[in-house]
Design a protein around this ligand. Structure first.
Ligand SMILES: Cc1ncc(COP(=O)(O)O)c(C=O)c1O
Length: 383
């Protein structure tokens, strides 16, 4: 019997192949074997980022990667434009503020995407050219909204001096992020989401333009220093002890992703998320996020008035061993969030819908579970 089903938007389930690789005896990180492995795995990750830029891999969580971007690219007093559509967008702004940056905030209603016209105006109104960077979340995990970055690319086309910094923590490896094509200077992700390995790594791509900014940055930094990481990477090394076992795991997850084919991975996520959303609606439940921008990796489901999301999650966990996430901050009592990224297939969608329906039923909330499952199946049959 499966111990549990992890339908969180991170950490996500880990394929057996990856778990087995990580269980092998640890090796020294200054050995030739590790250095070869680190260089090879770094190259593999570039394909997932769709970049020719450098990719730096640090031991740290996604938030660490966001902080690393801020401290390496900017200096205290610099102005940046923050596009926020939820908790993680806000966090990016808080990190920048905590390092003395002047954060011009463009905050949009939760559950919706950003308005490109407002972004355009903010850039246009910056006559003195103060804005040094635009910080934006690709996939807002707190609401389940995917931001289309193409309009930002268009807006920044005439502002080559502005850096585009993207939090791709819950998208990279599941959603197509064309780092180079979109002109993204720094993209950040972490290991515990679509990359299908445990928490502990943050991966950061750095463009040539970003490296110029790194040279000018006056913010204090030590552990996150991009220059030290880059100098070490040239020798297949890291400045400090790396997460050796996670690198074993990353190598294997890269193999699995490339074996399935990156584009197939993206298609799978689109299909599974669509089936899940259609299933939810057919059950009689309501989606929280604007469907036009619904995330392929996480879905937020609005709870019926009579349902306490924390009680529902308890039943899901205790009776069906299904773990989903609650809403964050002001959405705590309003939604649940279901992750469907990384190591996930059709069966996971069907059993999650079923467990959700059964748990709601237990709470006395009538939903049409069978119609939900039926609808999800219909979506699967379309392809
Ligand atoms: C979009 C996004 N940004 C940032 C983070 C923070 O990452 P971590 O929890 O690894 O620090 C998360 C984590 O869920 C996320 O989904």
């Amino acid at each position: 019997m499966r111990e549990f089903y992890l339908r969180l938007p991170g950490p996500t389930e880990i394929p057996e192949e990856v778990l087995l690789k990580m269980a092998r005896p640890i090796i020294g990180h200054r050995t030739n074997e590790f250095q070869q492995l680190f260089l090879a795995v770094t190259e593999e990750t570039k394909k997932v980022f769709k970049t020719k830029n450098d990719v730096l891999i640090f031991l740290g969580s996604g938030t660490g990667g966001m902080e690393a971007a801020v401290v390496n690219l900017f200096s205290p007093g610099d102005t940046i434009l923050l596009i926020s559509i939820g908790v993680f967008g806000d966090r990016f702004g808080e990190i920048a503020e905590s390092f003395g940056l002047n954060v011009e905030k463009l905050c949009f209603p939760w559950g919706k995407t950003y308005d490109p016209e407002i972004v355009k105006k903010a850039i246009y109104n910056d006559k003195e050219g103060k804005i040094k960077g635009v910080l934006v979340t690709h996939n807002e995990t707190s609401t389940g909204v995917l931001n289309d970055l193409v309009p930002i690319k268009e807006i920044l086309k005439d502002h080559q001096e502005i850096l585009l910094v993207v939090d791709a923590i819950s998208s990279l490896g599941a959603i197509d992020l064309k780092t180079d094509e979109l002109g993204i200077d720094v993209a950040i992700t972490s290991s515990q989401k679509a990359l299908m390995i445990p928490p502990g790594l943050t991966l950061i791509s750095v463009s040539d333009k970003a490296w110029e900014a790194v040279e000018k940055s006056k913010t204090n930094k030590f552990y996150w220093d991009f220059k030290k990481a880059s100098a070490n990477l040239k020798k297949g090394s890291t400045p400090y002890t790396p997460a050796v076992s996670l690198i074993f795991g990353l190598r294997e997850s890269m193999k699995l992703i490339h074996k399935e084919g990156l584009e197939n991975v993206f298609e799978r996520h689109i299909l599974l998320s669509r089936a899940f959303r259609e299933g939810i609606k057919a059950m009689g439940l309501t989606l929280f996020a604007d469907e036009q921008y619904a995330s392929p990796t996480v879905t937020s489901v609005r709870m019926p008035d009579a349902v306490d999301p924390s009680k529902l999650r308890k039943i899901l966990e205790n009776e069906y061993r299904v773990f989903v996430a609650g809403g964050q901050q002001k959405l705590k009592d309003t939604i649940i969030r279901v992750g469907h990224m990384g190591y996930i297939d059709k069966f996971d969608i069907i059993n999650t819908l079923w467990a959700l329906g059964m748990s709601l039923d237990k709470l006395g909330c009538e939903v049409d579970t069978l119609s939900g499952i039926d609808k999800a199946q219909e979506v699967f049959k379309e392809v």
